[in-house]
Design a protein around this ligand. Structure first.
Ligand code: SAH
Length: 394
């Protein structure tokens, strides 16, 4: 097996079981490993550290499969890691849903691999050369576990470019999925378009937060900003909201959100759909004198990388500022950021700045993250990208 030898002292993160090996930490590599090939990682002193998949074009040059020297990195290894990930979900996901994440990449010891389940369809997303290398094995294993009868691939993520991999989507097992796969989440029904939807089709990570919005919505006037296919709209309506105003810039997303309201058997007239740019629309609502009891802000990732943090911080501040201005006294803001580059402390300080400028006293009553089918491995804090605050205003 080919080897990568690290520079002296650069084994520290691996000893803490962080699974990434950056190109700058590498002293030398024996032979040119193919993309996704398994190599041995050794310390400068020649000690075994890990087995890892090589990504020859990426700054993250290798990702660890195992820190156990006796392990064989083969199809059986991949199958059992996948089975463990699937078994974990039966412990943390309730019986009232058939849509959840089966594999959360590094946090399930399968770097670069995401698998989401939508009823009888599993959607697999390979973002690293290593995950890509084993994709047929994963597809077979998913069918074998019985958790699905169809596997669809959505390997069209941004990180693939950094890995030198071309985007790839399509049916892998069990034929083409229907355009809208019907899934259940408690009292709600959603139609998920796994071919064209964002991520693998739906924001599964917000499941528990949808339940929180549902619990808080009774009798409230709700504003859902960046509503996409209506996850929070449906949550608010099933919770008995008096009315919901939903803002999204995508006509297609709004169309699908309408379908989800209908699929859940809810009254469409209780929703005021506004296809608009959120930044402008929030100001306009304020100028029109509209006020709300509950506002949800779940924007797209404003900071895809560290370089975008300053600009993203201004964008988060802006929408939070206007959300605070639109809240009635005693109202509640659910505010989120899915930017990994903006950590929880920075996010909180941005929201604090927004409340200050809006002239409201805000108090955090809950700190939110992704649902437990998106666990964060303690040795991989990067896995905890989603953060949210529930803020009550005086
Ligand atoms: N809250 C959603 C997920 C949001 S995804 C959920 O729980 O499912 C981000 C959404 O923001 C997308 O639907 C996209 O169309 C929308 N969007 C992006 N930029 C926008 C803008 N400037 N104004 C309004 N909507 C925007």
């Amino acid at each position: 097996m080919k080897q990568i030898v690290l520079k002296a002292g650069r084994d520290k993160s691996l000893l803490r079981h962080h699974p990434w090996i950056f190109s700058g930490a590498i002293e030398r590599a024996s032979g040119d490993a193919e993309p996704g090939e398994t190599v041995v990682i050794r310390s400068a002193e020649g000690r075994f550290l890990a087995y890892a998949a090589v990504s020859p074009r990426s700054q993250i040059r290798a990702r660890v499969w195992s820190f156990e020297e006796r392990e064989a990195i083969d199809a059986r290894f991949m199958r059992s890691a996948l089975e463990r990930a699937v078994a974990f979900r039966s412990q943390v996901v309730g019986q009232d849903t058939d849509a959840y994440r089966l594999v959360h990449a590094e946090c399930d010891a399968l770097p670069g691999l995401v698998v989401d389940r939508y009823a009888d369809t599993a959607v697999i997303q390979c973002s690293s050369a290593g995950a890509d290398y084993w994709r047929e094995t994963y597809a077979d294993a998913l069918i074998e576990t019985g958790v699905c009868r169809r596997v669809y691939e959505r390997s069209d993520t941004e990180p693939r470019n950094l890995e030198g991999l071309v985007p790839r989507s399509g049916a892998l097992r069990g034929g083409e999925p229907p355009e809208g796969i019907a899934v259940t989440e408690g009292p709600a029904r959603f139609l998920v378009d796994v071919r064209r939807g964002q991520k693998t089709g739906f924001f599964l990570d917000q499941r528990d937060n949808r339940a929180r919005v549902r619990a808080a919505a009774h009798g409230r006037e709700v504003l859902d900003v960046f509503s996409y296919t209506g996850g929070f709209v449906v949550a608010a309506l099933t919770g008995g909201a008096a009315g919901v105003t939903a803002i999204d810039s995508s006509a297609d997303a709004i169309e699908r959100a309408r379908e989800n309201v209908a699929a859940s058997g809810l009254e469409a007239h209780r929703v005021d759909w506004q296809r608009a740019d959120a930044f402008a629309r929030l100001r306009a609502l304020h100028a029109e004198g509209r006020r709300f009891d509950l506002v949800v802000l779940d924007p797209p990732k404003f900071a895809p990388t560290e370089r975008h943090v300053a600009r993203a911080a201004r964008a988060y501040k802006d929408i939070n500022l206007w959300a605070f201005r639109l809240l009635r006294p005693g109202g509640t803001l659910f505010t989120f950021s899915c930017s990994g580059a903006i950590d929880a402390a920075l996010f909180q300080s941005i929201v604090a700045g927004a409340a200050l400028d809006a002239g409201v006293l805000g108090r955090i009553v809950a700190r939110l993250g992704a649902a437990p089918d998106h666990p964060v491995a303690l040795h991989f804090p990067e896995g905890g990208y989603l953060k949210g605050l529930v803020v009550k205003v005086a």
